[in-house]
Design a protein around this ligand. Structure first.
Ligand code: PLP
Ligand code: ZN
Length: 371
């Protein structure tokens, strides 16, 4: 039976309640064993719902969708080396967060929820706001007031109540926690349904490679929504026998905010407090990721590691990717800088490497124009 499991006290809870954490305060995961007959996929639309049976919503639940997903997987040149890059900047709201929002807001709609709250450094807020608009659910989106104006405008234009909070990203998280006492918290970091949306990244990559797993995948590590989603996806595909091994996960943080690099390298048990400095990669500057320990465990278990990239590398990589015809936002360039670093220092001959573009450059036009 599909249910929530608390990662702290192991208590289980039904998924038919609008809960986002355990009574003990612990993080929830979803206990779920997918079954997917890939022969059926040929006849299905090229969107992420082609894996419907692998998404832990009951069969009778309707879905809230814009036909999202199945983004192109293209070979991109990194210093003479070919790396496969998923074009997740091409989602409707401009980032891969639509994967998570589609599944999470479908769950909220199925539960009959009519109001949600969410906090975000930008893109998750955009995605939740768009899917709430589609579902007819009202939402309050909490964001740091100094975020990209284009992202704040996008959230407001979708009809969400924009709560711009002065101060740090952590101040915004504290403000939403209060609101979440009385509302459904459509959180991309707490709510495990979000991760069962982002896991479709792994399903698509393997299908697009002819049901083969890459050797290595290189992904961002802020709150880990894509990293942990991919870990779930590859694990399920492996358990279903659709791939023969699980890829190594390499996670990238900006040096200006890299608590997990420190946690991994120093073998710590808890996410260490770090001094945050300004970074172009605003979207992954998360000082206290709630699933930080899970992220480090997933990377370690896969045989991978963490990379930190500095501001110079991020800027160089951003310009280099733009020159090749891909318009990504600065946060996304932290990942591509990590790919360049990996290619230069770690890649073996013949190794198949897959990474991703996470967000569209039009979201941060002003910032890019000033570089
Ligand atoms: C959300 C996001 C990421 C990754 O962030 P996580 O906090 O790890 O989920 C990377 N790039 C962009 C553009 C994003 O919106
Ligand atoms: Zn618990």
């Amino acid at each position: 039976m599909t249910h929530f499991t608390c990662t702290n006290c192991r208590k289980t809870h039904t998924i038919t309640s609008p809960r986002w954490r355990c009574d003990c305060g612990g993080l929830l995961d979803i206990n779920f064993t997918p079954h997917l007959d890939v022969r059926l996929l040929k006849k299905r639309k090229p969107n992420l719902w082609r894996y419907r049976e692998a998404i832990p919503l009951p069969p009778e639940a309707g879905i809230i969708s814009f036909d999202e997903g199945f983004t192109p997987l293209l070979p991109v040149n990194f210093d003479g080396r070919e790396v496969w890059v998923k074009q997740d900047q091409l989602f409707g709201t401009g980032s891969y967060k639509d994967r998570g929002a589609a599944v999470l807001i479908s769950q909220a709609a199925w539960l009959g929820v009519n109001h949600v709250v969410e906090d975000s450094s930008g893109n998750a807020g955009c995605a939740v706001a768009a899917y709430c608009a589609r579902a007819g659910i009202s939402c309050d989106i909490y964001v740091p007031a100094d975020n990209s104006p284009a992202k704040l405008a996008q959230i407001a234009r979708y009809g969400a109540n924009l709560k711009a909070i002065p101060g740090s990203r952590e101040d915004t998280a504290a403000a939403v926690m209060q609101a979440a006492e009385n509302s459904f918290y459509a959180s991309h970091s707490w709510n495990p349904f979000f991760f069962h949306g982002t896991k479709t990244w792994a399903y698509e990559v393997c299908e697009q490679l002819g049901w083969q797993a890459p050797d290595t995948v290189i992904l961002p590590a802020g709150n880990g929504t894509l990293l942990l989603g991919a870990a779930i996806g590859f694990k399920e595909l492996f358990q279903m026998g659709l791939i023969k091994r699980r890829p190594r996960l390499v996670a990238v943080q900006a040096a200006g905010c890299a608590p997990l690099v420190k946690m991994f390298n120093e073998d710590l048990n808890v996410v260490p407090a770090v001094q945050k400095t300004a970074t172009l990669a605003e979207g992954i500057a998360i000082a206290a990721p709630v699933r930080g320990a899970q992220m480090v465990a997933a990377v370690r278990e896969s045989g991978g590691f963490f990379i930190s990239v500095d501001e110079g590398e991020i800027k160089t990589s951003l310009l280099h990717i733009h020159h090749q015809g891909y318009f990504i936002e600065p946060t996304s360039a932290a990942v591509t800088a990590g790919v360049s670093r990996y290619v230069a220092q770690h890649a073996a001959a013949g190794e198949m490497i897959v990474s991703t573009f996470t967000g569209h450059g039009l979201k941060a036009g002003d910032k890019i124009a000033k570089l």
